[in-house]
Design a protein around this ligand. Structure first.
Ligand code: ADP
Ligand code: MG
Length: 728
């Protein structure tokens, strides 16, 4: 072990004190590093520069022209701060910096701490736009990087800290010391050489040197690609191994896919299936008829008709004598699904089983399908009754929140589980489903996403699932026009809103109906209800006083909600003032206007869902987004919705705005290994990493020949992940 190339596993075994310069530091320094997640020599070597500065791009102050975006390396000659006279007053820090060719004034507004950061004599990189003021060149609020008096063409900037003082240069010197220790033995290459060659990747040893100590900017790109690929490959390998492990170990249910119930259901629909629905139902039915438990992701834009597909899957379980469950992330959504699914199945009867009939009294007869709802609001008494009916198999379909997979809920034989809105459904919940089927079998799982996610993100976040895509909307939909009404920030703005209410009245006059979604109040149902009531009051007393308005919110009883929805459907109400309860399930083709108030409070996905409540009939529909768009993100969200109705495109924008961390974080519990790789910029490499992962597992299902790759999954993605993969 002590002479071949050094593996990551070996590097992970050396504490920071193995670096002499670090061992000599006060413990506070190592504590700080530990806080950053740097505890071993491996951690140090995979602490990458957050930026590289190419000094060949450096300009001299003398040659700067107004309006240039430029970088200068200069030394602070003087610095001072004062309050400006405007209202409100601002702190203005002004520095005079020079590089030998001339002087430049640098202004910082409301960054009082710059005075401490840049005492006279400090050398720093200033990057920003040049302008002139009273005949002198200056930069305002430039990006500043402290570099000390470094020479060399490319400067690597590492994380820094004020207390205890850790400079980029410190980190760099420790990294270099660590690299130097590996020089003789070199760092091991965990990938088979043919793959490295085929993909045109740098050797790992070369990549680590190239990224930390580049000689050219090209070195950095070559190195980054290799190190980013490693990150992507680890995630993909973990996912592919997980998928294989589940396939190998879990016992599935072979469903009866030729029964009559699903056919009856589809025949009874008021419309023919779209081609995409037919294709996806076939994919699902093929899984259900097979011996392995299904783990499939169903992606489809709002209104693509996922419900019908989900119900077909659930009924496949029922027709073979099993039960189905549909899980939603919130109680309100569960109730909506319950109402929707029950309506779809209203007249459906389960065919009798002639053969069983001779054995069991009563089974030969047709019977109605029994669908029940279980949420935290279900009373204890009802819950007990329900539990009994589930245990005996009298309930065919159960709809509910996560409550329904908790261990107290015992099914007679759970065959298919559909999970809506996967974001909040993790690996643990999936594990909880194991053994809920008959005789210890694992039920089949279909995960539905209400919001499409970009393909490469799906590959990474849901890479252990098979994917079906509903990429066709049912015919007869009319495109929705979306308009953003920009209101003054932080106040009522009746003038700006006027065209919205004019339009609502005009549509109602033409026989159509409208929704008004009230401002979102995060974290408080109660306040949200109040905001809905206030909106109702305001509109009844004002802009919409001559229309019939109804109110719908999550705190109403199911009964009241149903009654209100029914009245709206019967056109006894013109306008439904609602909270986000109408995000799913609400389906009234005559409604042609959606007004979302304070729209910039909502996320892209949610707005897209809400908008999907209109445009369901033959009439032209409009979605009004009312909001200030006061933050750059808020503005970008609203603009994106105005620009496109394509859910996949919106998903890309969302990923851009929210960052990839959030996406990964939801599933990987913060163990986001993607430091250098970007799911957007590197999407081609996501695909390649996935191919390589499948190829490696194909070559060697347990990866016995690639022990380093397996150990790296543990090192970077956590031991739990590795344990799971190796154990099963
Ligand atoms: P999603 O859940 O994918 O947003 P839904 O399942 O709620 O979409 O379906 C949206 C609407 O389209 C519902 O009114 C549904 O009845 C209708 N629908 C579904 N499939 C078809 C189809 N093949 N042809 C016509 N209408 C359909
Ligand atoms: Mg739906």
């Amino acid at each position: 072990m002590a002479d071949g190339p050094i593996t990551y596993a070996e590097l992970a075994g050396y504490p920071l004190t193995a670096i002499a310069a670090l061992a000599a530091k006060a413990p506070a320094v190592r504590d700080k590093l530990a806080e950053w997640g740097i505890e071993s020599v491996l951690d140090l070597l995979t602490t990458y520069p957050r930026r590289h500065i190419d000094r060949s791009k450096e300009r001299t102050i003398r040659d700067l022209l107004p309006d240039d975006q430029a970088m200068v390396v200069a030394t602070v000659a003087r610095i001072s701060s004062r309050r400006t006279r405007g209202r409100p007053p601002k702190v203005l820090v002004t520095a005079e910096v020079g590089d030998g060719s001339g002087f430049l004034r640098v202004n910082f507004f409301n960054q009082g701490w710059r005075e401490r950061q840049l005492p006279p004599g400090t050398q720093a990189v200033f990057f920003g736009k040049v302008d002139t003021f009273q005949g002198r060149k200056q930069m305002s609020n430039p990006v500043v990087d402290l570099i000390g008096d470094q020479t060399g063409r490319i400067i690597s900037l590492y994380p820094q800290s004020d207390k205890p003082r850790i400079s980029s240069l410190d980190v760099e010197s420790w990294v270099h010391a660590a690299l130097a220790k590996t020089r003789k033995r070199t760092i091991a290459e965990p990938l088979p050489p043919d793959i490295v060659k085929r993909l045109g990747l740098a050797h790992r040893d070369e990549a680590l040197w190239g990224f930390h100590r580049p000689e050219t900017m090209r070195d950095i790109e070559v190195a980054r690609r290799r190190l980013a690929f490693d990150e992507l490959l680890r995630v993909q390998l973990a996912l592919v191994l997980r998928k294989r492990a589940l396939e190998r170990t879990a016992k599935g249910i072979v469903h009866d896919t030729s029964g009559e119930l699903v056919a009856r259901f589809l025949d009874a629909l008021a419309f023919p299936l779209t081609g995409a629905q037919r294709r996806v139902i076939d994919e699902i039915v093929a899984d259900l008829g097979g011996p392995h438990p299904m783990h499939r992701l169903l992606q489809g834009d709002v209104g693509a008709g996922k419900t019908v597909v989900a119900v077909a899957a659930l009924l496949t379980a029922v027709q073979g004598g099993h039960q189905g469950a549909l899980m939603a992330p919130t109680e309100v959504l569960a109730e909506q699904h319950f109402l929707g699914v029950r309506a779809l199945l209203a007249d459906l009867r389960v065919p009798g089983d002639a053969e069983a009939g001779s054995l069991f009294e009563g089974m030969a007869e047709e019977r109605p399908l029994r669908v029940e709802l279980l949420t935290n609001r279900t009373t204890a008494a009802n819950r007990r009754k329900l539990a009994e009916a589930l245990r005996t198999g009298e309930v065919d379909l159960l709809i509910g929140t996560h409550a329904l997979i908790e261990d107290a809920v015992a099914f007679r034989s759970l065959g298919v589980v559909v999970i809506d809105e996967q974001h909040r459904f993790g690996v643990e919940q999936r594990a909880a489903l194991r053994d809920k089927g008959a005789e210890g079998a694992t039920p089949d799982v279909l995960v539905m996403t209400a919001t499409p996610i970009p393909r490469t993100a799906a590959m990474t976040v849901y890479g252990d699932l098979d994917v079906s895509i509903l990429d066709e909307l049912p015919p007869g939909r009319t495109p929705i026009e979306t308009r953003w009404v920009q209101t003054a920030a932080g106040e009522d703005d009746p003038e700006a809103e006027a065209p919205v209410w004019d339009h609502v009245r005009a549509e109602v006059a033409a026989g159509r109906q409208a929704y008004v979604v009230c401002p979102l109040v995060e974290g408080s149902d109660k306040l949200e209800v109040r905001s809905a009531e206030e909106t109702l009051e305001r509109l009844t007393g004002g802009e919409l006083h001559d229309l019939r308005l109804g109110l719908l919110h999550g705190r109403m009883s199911s009964f009241d909600k149903e009654a209100t929805m029914a009245a709206f459907r019967r056109r006894e109400l013109d306008v439904l003032v609602a909270t986000t309860v109408i995000e799913v399930g609400v389906d009234v083709p005559n409604a042609t206007v959606m007004v979302v108030l304070d729209a910039d409070r909502f996320g892209i996905a949610q707005l897209h869902q809400l908008r999907g409540r209109v445009g369901r009939g033959a009439h032209e529909s409009t979605c009004w987004l009312v909001g200030a768009g006061a933050t750059p993100d808020g503005e970008a969200r609203l603009e994106a919705l105005v620009r496109t109705t394509d859910g996949f495109e919106l998903a890309e924008v969302d990923l851009d705005l929210r960052g990839e961390g959030t996406l990964m974080g939801e599933r990987q519990k913060g163990r986001n290994d993607l430091q250098l790789a970007s799911l957007r910029r590197d999407w081609e490499w996501v695909v390649k990493a996935r191919e390589v992962a499948f190829e490696l597992v194909e070559r060697d299902p347990d990866l016995h020949r690639f022990p380093e790759l397996v150990s790296e999954i543990g090192l970077f993605l956590g031991e739990d992940e590795a344990d799971f993969l190796l154990k099963s």
